[in-house]
Design a protein around this ligand. Structure first.
Ligand code: BGC
Length: 727
């Protein structure tokens, strides 16, 4: 037992030097040694147990040292009350750590992650995470089960709403921003949250987009696509990682030695703690690799899951397995060490309680609301704007018909994971328009239909409103509970009779502006030709209505770019921009034998990276610092971007690479850099990217990162240039 402890300690110390993640602190390890020496087996597995909520039975367990963490315990008074039991009534006084799903805000609800990723604004996303941590921390929550960094290439999967979309490079940047925001400068600050990137791993690769379904993936795809955001989060110092529900090629993620012990704790030297997902250890029984909870526990412990969320598999019943040699006590000690290490790092031993008045000045303060507005505006993506109908000319418009089942809705705008968000905090689109228009224009509201029903009873009133209006604004899409966990769809159209309502209203001949509220890419091929403009507004949180009104009226020039492709039809799914070329890339007519559909395009309707602005940008002078660089060399890429329109605007400059010939096939393009730049009307800026081996390397034939000599292409917008990497 001792020798293992020492090995863990020594490798931990080594990792300070090897990795960019947080350092092991020797004085903390000594305190852990002291505690471990005093703990009974039952107290050890107690630390490894996490349960949701609280009640008399759980509190008795806390008293007995049988629980290490509770989640979903709400309110400063309540967390303090339960913490007091742990600290003053349990034998060793080890504090609890309180967790919660603080996914896109605590009480100040920000846009859902799929939306905020469309801002490509890592600094603002980091700021929103700081705010979420302050609000949650002020009520005693110190652990957020976020960020969700699962890559999602399938919009049928409802949890696409919770992540940053389809790209590993952007996903890694978003993961880093959120971890740094949640955890702050110093995790012992009570207004920080320990981050928990999830769901490790390949959860988003569920077959058919059906939540919890099997993922069957090569090691290459894991390494190229699904691992990178997790690795980025770990390198940014994430204190914990959550293991997923799904199986990965035959082994459930929560009992997967390769991904957990091999990659996460091995290759990446992760010294934080791994928590299971809700009951996911017990569920390995359903998966069919364990006969009972004990066997499930042993498999998950061997794999490296340190804490059991809600499953109750880590219990004193495991002790005889240690005695008979089936289970190593070293694994238990290592798990407890990781848990205690985090509790020390969070400062819970020194300040276990929260100031019960603090939350009053922190929660929903004006700066938080302002940040929610800014992030909401930046998350909006303008998909269509025929004849520049937007922004609306409020001087010429007298009457607006505001139609649709989401036009006056507040609840749906909070999205999935509403946390402490409240309906009454939310500005609906109807109210946002009223706020910004201030009574000068008549707004004629008609619901038209429900979100998901076949009742057309409201069509007539909607058509009447449209026929009397100068312009029609239709607010359509999904209810918040149509995406998120366990809410996959097989059809990506606007639900219910909404498409028919669009057609019925469009018959009026009045220009229709479609505002979408949704938690995933939708298929819009049928409605797109019937409307003049499409504004993708996702679920933007408490400031949704104001942000949309600002975009409609031109107070804010939209700058969002999609982070997940919008297919023409669900039959194209999975569809993503960084696909391989195949031996027969799509070209030629319907009769030619190549990789295409005979009944729809092979590209999406709106691709990754797409989004319009009220101004136009011209790209020119793509320059590379060199035509050839050595394998460890760097390349400076510059490009001129000019705002050629009449309005100030923000452009997201995106740099893609393609490796033309390599030892393994490479995607047709891969994002390797991006910058948000603000340009005044007429202004030109030169944007520079420095590329190094981090951008040139890929997962080689031996599954190790490698840079190979050869020709690569740099692509920015419609410009492209080649360069060589030389031996
Ligand atoms: C979800 C996780 C979440 C956990 C705790 C699970 O059902 O998959 O994302 O963190 O519940 O609420």
């Amino acid at each position: 037992m001792k020798s293992f402890t020492r090995i863990v300690f020594v490798t931990g110390l080594l990792s300070i030097m090897l990795m960019g993640q947080w350092a092991i602190e020797p004085q903390i390890e000594v305190r852990i040694d002291e505690l471990l020496a005093k703990m009974t087996f039952a107290e050890k597995v107690g630390q490894m147990t996490q349960l949701s909520g609280t009640n008399a039975r759980y509190e008795e367990m806390v008293r007995n040292g049988e629980i290490g963490s509770l989640f979903n315990v709400i309110g400063a008074k309540e967390t303090n009350r339960v913490q007091k039991i742990a600290v003053t009534e349990s034998r060793l006084g080890i504090p609890l750590i309180f967790g919660l799903d603080v996914i896109h805000g605590y009480r100040t609800i920000f846009p859902i992650p799929l939306a905020s990723s469309a801002s490509w604004d890592t600094a603002l996303i980091r700021k929103a995470s700081v705010i979420a941590a302050q609000e949650a921390g002020s009520e005693g929550i110190r652990w957020s089960f976020a960020p969700m960094v699962d890559i999602a290439r399938d919009p049928r999967w409802g949890r696409i709403a919770e992540g940053a979309g389809e790209d590993p490079f952007l996903g890694s940047a978003m993961a880093r921003a959120q971890v740094l925001g949640f955890q702050g400068e110093n995790l012992s600050d009570p207004l920080t949250l320990m981050a928990c990137p999830k769901h490790y791993v390949a959860y988003g690769a569920a077959e058919g987009g059906r939540d919890y379904n099997t993922a069957d993936l090569s090691e290459r795809t894991l390494r190229e696509i699904y691992f990178p955001p997790f690795e980025a989060a770990v390198r940014a110092g994430a204190g914990s990682v959550m293991s997923a529900f799904n199986e990965i090629s035959g082994i459930p993620a929560s009992a997967n030695e390769f991904t957990l012990r091999g990659i996460l704790k091995g290759e990446w030297n992760f010294n934080g703690l791994v928590v299971s997902d809700w009951n996911s250890i017990t569920e390995v029984i359903q998966h069919g690799i364990a006969a009972d909870k004990l066997e499930a526990a042993v498999k998950s412990l061997n794999a490296g899951v340190d804490m059991d969320m809600q499953g109750g598999c880590y219990t004193p019943a495991l002790e005889p397995l240690v005695t008979n040699g089936t289970l190593s006590i070293d694994l238990i000690n290592d798990a407890v060490r990781r848990i205690l290490r985090l509790k020390f790092r969070l400062g819970l031993f020194d300040h276990p309680y929260v100031n019960e008045n603090l939350h009053k000045e922190i929660i929903l303060n004006p700066e938080h609301i302002q940040t929610a507005l800014e992030l909401a505006r930046e998350s909006i993506v303008l998909l269509k704007n025929e004849k520049s109908i937007l922004p609306l000319d409020s001087k010429r418009i007298k009457r607006i018909a505001l139609i649709g089942p989401l036009a006056d809705d507040q609840q749906s705008l909070l999205g999935c994971w509403q946390c402490m968000g409240r309906r009454e905090d939310v500005v609906s689109i109807r109210n946002g328009l009223k706020n910004r228009l201030g009574g000068n224009i008549v707004i004629d509201y008609a619901q038209g239909c429900e979100i998901n029903s076949d009742n057309k009873g409201g069509f007539k009133k909607a058509q009447q409103a449209a026929s009397q209006a100068d312009v029609v604004i239709m607010v359509m899409g999904e209810h918040a509970n149509m995406s998120g966990e366990g809410h996959s769809r097989s059809n990506l159209n606007l639900p219910g009779v909404q498409p028919e309502l669009v057609s019925a209203v469009a018959e009026s001949g009045k220009p229709v502006i479609l505002i979408l509220i949704n938690g995933r890419p939708l298929t819009l091929a049928d409605v797109e030709p019937q409307v003049a403009a499409i504004v993708e507004s996702w679920q933007l949180g408490i400031q949704h209505g104001n942000a949309v009104a600002d975009v409609l009226l031109g107070n804010y020039n939209p700058s969002g770019k999609l982070t997940a492709s919008f297919p023409y039809t669900v039959g194209q799914v999975p569809i993503y921009y960084n696909h391989k070329n195949t031996g027969r890339p799509p070209a030629g007519g319907v009769e030619s034998l190549n990789s295409k559909y005979i009944d729809c395009p092979s590209v999406p309707l709106y691709p990754f990276g797409f989004g319009l602005s009220y101004t136009t940008f011209k790209y020119a002078n793509l320059k590379l610092s060199s035509e050839a660089i050595p394998v460890d060399g760097k390349l400076v890429v510059s490009v001129q971007v000019q705002n050629t329109g009449k309005r100030d605007g923000v452009e997201v400059v995106q740099l893609y690479l393609r490796d033309l010939v390599a030892s393994v096939t490479r995607p047709v393009k891969e994002l390797k850099g991006f910058q948000r730049i603000a340009l005044k009307a007429g202004e030109t800026k030169t944007v520079e990217f420095t590329l190094t081996k981090e951008q040139f390397s890929f997962v080689g034939i031996d599954h190790k990162m490698t840079v190979e000599p050869g020709e690569l292409q740099v692509m920015i917008k419609d410009l492209e240039q080649s360069f060589w990497i030389k031996d």
